[in-house]
Design a protein around this ligand. Structure first.
Ligand SMILES: [Zn+2]
Length: 220
């Protein structure tokens, strides 16, 4: 059965308070024992170190590792309620908590690096497979051109055909669409037409015969 935490109060006016046991003051932090202020040393909390709020994981771990700990609160300006400022914990508990949070951060960083490596490897494998499929469907396509089309189509986050499910499955229509797009930009005047204000549909229609001719030649 968890008991209520020990509460340490940061008074708004420290110089108004003196320890009722050792008479020391002013008191920046104090414990109220039956409403009587007691300094942290007299309350046997003087050895604890302060951890300000803000890092939830560190706070939880430091608390769990600390045999003795206390919540630090302060009255808000209107004195309507106490606001949590942080906790007081044992120094070695805080050190252990910091170490395990750091280990977690390092583990996360290592996992991110592994994920990135795996994704890069998958991308390389996928690009190679896409290149091979382009070469299978279009044997007349120069190898370096096929590799270029595949690399372009597989750029992560591009929304290009290599990033779609159909593209990833190397479906013929998706692979052909990638090749077609490349031919449109590289082997036709499509881009120049767009630059000259020709509407996209009209430009596509105009260059379609050229694309079809290139694809037909590459299919053999
Ligand atoms: Zn005292």
């Amino acid at each position: 059965m968890p008991r209520d935490p020990i509460v340490v109060v940061e008074p708004l006016k420290p110089h108004h308070h003196r320890c009722t046991e050792c008479r020391r003051g002013p008191l920046r932090r104090m414990v109220l024992e039956f409403t009587a202020p007691v300094c942290l040393a007299c309350a046997d909390l003087g050895h604890l170190v302060y951890l300000p709020r803000g890092d939830a994981a560190l706070t939880r771990r430091a608390r769990e590792a600390s045999e003795l700990w206390a919540v630090v609160v302060r009255h808000n300006r209107r004195r309507t309620r106490y606001e949590r400022q942080g906790i007081l914990v044992e120094e070695d508990a805080l050190a252990r908590a910091e170490a395990s949070c750091l280990a977690d951060a390092e583990a996360r960083a290592r996992r991110r690096a592994r994920d990135a490596e795996r994704r890069a490897a998958q991308d390389i494998r996928f690009t190679a497979a896409l290149t091979a499929e382009i070469r299978r469907l279009f044997p007349g396509c120069p190898p370096e051109r096929a590799a270029g089309i595949a690399a372009h189509a597989s750029v992560r986050g591009s929304g290009r055909v290599g990033r779609t499910a159909a593209g990833r499955a190397l479906e013929e229509a998706a692979v052909t669409a990638a090749v077609r797009a490349s031919v449109r930009h590289v082997d036709t005047e499509y881009d120049a037409l767009l630059m000259n204000g020709v509407p996209r549909r009209q430009a596509r229609t105009r260059v379609a015969p050229v694309i079809d001719a290139v694809l037909a030649a590459w299919r053999q």
